[in-house]
Ligand binder design. Sequence first.
Ligand code: G3P
Length: 217
Amino acid sequence: MKFFADTANVDEIRELAETGLIDGVTTNPSLIKKSGADFKQTIAAICEIMPGPVSAEVAATDAAGMEREGRRLAEIAENVVVKLPLTIDGLKACRRLTDDGVMTNVTLCFSANQALLAAKAGATFVSPFIGRLDDIHIDGLILIQEIRTIYNNYAFRTEILAASIRSANHVRECALIGADVATAPPDVLKALASHPLTDKGLETFLKDWASTGQSVI
Ligand code: G3P
């Protein structure tokens, strides 16, 4: 399973990249707003730190406008993935960009039928939003399961990029289902490593080691 960092904060991305555990980055207009930084400069800076796929979202809503913006974003770096909304226009732009070799991420996916269309449009990634479905009392993980089944049925190559992940448990469930990628905020990614028994065990080991008076080197 690949892990993407869902943030536009360059410092956070740099810190996570140093772990060697992160395979890419996803951004969206809200995350860009939160960063307070210039959109295209931020994407360029992220692409320098992170060699894996970096999603940057278009702002136009018509197919021609999205295609134009997508081509401009794709010029920033070769690892830019053009993020397009799951609308008919977004799917049209997806097909055109994909046919020209531009990586695409069809976002704001909330149903299995939408994901089916994204795959038919040749999307590199589809982003089903788990947390936002949970917010309205619909189990987002069932959506991931349905998409996995449909993509397997027809050997679609579009990768399932589970998004709007809010907890370490979401990541675990997505991994069990077989999502290709989980994109999560830095605090959720860091939480994957933590366990109280690890902390307690380490504390005991360090105490016992200190009492031996030995050194490793
Ligand atoms: O990048 C899209 C997605 O992960 C947004 O998450 O928490 O705003 O629903 P959230």
